[in-house]
Design a protein around this ligand. Structure first.
Ligand code: HEC
Ligand code: HEC
Length: 314
């Protein structure tokens, strides 16, 4: 037992070290500058992804509209203005959504040059849209790489009128049980994205905002140690669609919750409750500690010599 735990522990350690080393490697010549998956996480929430303090007040472009009445930190997030489907006014955050701003979609970045997209982000094109002063130039390269190379037309995966995912939920069930259930639980209720009074589970989010769920499944959470990016593990888009379709069938904590429609407004907490995962990590540490302790104990205590046993060992 203790040997297995030891081996697992060192395999984990070696794996993480290798991963860290691989991430530190510079991009090869001729590659697009920037890491598109890091860029997608920055798109999700640059304040968390880059560990920055949120700027004061609303984003300077926010006051050019008054239909979306949110304010503060959320107005600085790319997705609040451009949508989780990257279509802005032409997508899920259109006129019928309570996220409606009328701001543009980002489809033009596909086919644009790296410089053209970065020019939108560093204030060259529009000073009010300058993110360089809050971030840094590698982050803008990552964002541009994401928008140019990993932006997809979500209509291929999600019906834009009903929000229903086109994937095969029977295939998705197996993927879910193999990959997601460890953290989210068999029925998606292990992490509560709402609060104690108004719980929000995976099933709620997958139905209420499938575009955001798809982005999270593809790219993970803004800080990658909470949830991995399945694009990093070379999943096909059809696997993403299958697992999304399955999560839409999971039981809901709050059946009235609708991000885009008229249901009660519950603010999804920026950080889900991850206590179960932390407890899990502590449990693993505890097992390691106990087995180390046992090891010491056994070494110190001279084993009673049973007649014949030492003979057989040889
Ligand atoms: C407060 C709302 C807001 C936020 C936040 C915001 N944008 Fe924009 N974005 C706009 C508006 C409005 C325009 C169009 C500005 C113009 O026409 O001068 C725009 C334009 C763009 C364009 C050019 C689109 C085109 O027409 O080709 C890109 C690319 C872009 N934004 C990316 C981003 C990224 C990436 C983030 C996050 C780091 C972000 N935006 C955050 C409002 C926002
Ligand atoms: C290693 C643990 C882990 C695994 C594996 C994992 N997740 Fe997550 N996931 C999380 C955590 C933690 C969060 C919440 C992060 C936060 O709120 O900051 C999260 C958030 C999400 C969200 C975002 C909800 C929202 O809109 O805010 C979705 C959707 C999601 N996970 C789906 C999945 C699916 C589907 C899978 C399997 C393909 C999966 N997750 C695998 C840990 C995990």
């Amino acid at each position: 037992m203790k040997r297995i735990v030891g081996i697992c522990f060192f395999a984990l350690l070696a794996g993480t070290t290798l991963l860290a080393a691989a991430r530190g490697l510079p991009p090869e010549q001729g590659e697009i500058p920037g890491d598109p998956i890091a860029g997608a996480r920055i798109y999700d929430n640059w304040i968390l992804a880059l560990d920055k303090l949120p700027p004061e007040g609303n984003h300077p472009l926010w006051d050019n509209q008054d239909s979306n009445t949110r304010s503060g930190v959320v107005t600085w997030r790319c997705a609040e203005c451009h949508g989780w489907d990257y279509k802005g006014v032409d997508g899920a955050y259109g006129p019928y959504s309570n996220h409606y701003t009328g701001f543009t979609g980002l489809g033009d970045a596909v086919g644009a040059s790296q410089e053209q997209v970065v020019a939108w982000l560093d204030g060259t094109v529009n000073l009010d849209h300058d993110f360089l002063r809050y971030t840094n130039s590698p982050a803008l390269n990552d964002l541009a790489a994401f928008l140019r190379t990993r932006q997809i037309d979500t209509d291929l995966i999600i019906d834009p009128d009903t929000g229903v995912a086109f994937g095969d939920r029977r295939v998705g069930l197996n993927i879910y049980n193999d990959t997601c259930a460890a953290c989210h639980g068999d029925t998606g209720d292990q992490i509560n994205f709402g609060n104690a009074q108004n719980p929000l589970y995976l099933g709620d989010l997958a139905v209420a905002d499938p575009w955001q769920s798809l982005h999270k499944i593809r790219f993970g959470t803004p800080t990658s140690e909470r949830m991995p990016a399945y694009e990093d593990e070379d999943w096909s888009l059809s696997m993403m669609a299958d697992v999304l379709a399955y999560t839409q069938t999971l039981p809901r904590g709050n059946p009235d919750f609708a991000i885009l429609g008229t249901g009660p407004v519950i603010d999804v907490e920026g950080q889900g409750q991850i206590e179960p995962i932390i407890y899990g990590a502590f449990a693993i540490l505890l097992v390691v500690a106990i087995s180390l302790g046992w090891d010491l104990y056994v070494q110190r205590k001279p084993a009673p010599v049973k007649p014949g046993k030492s003979m057989r060992r040889k």
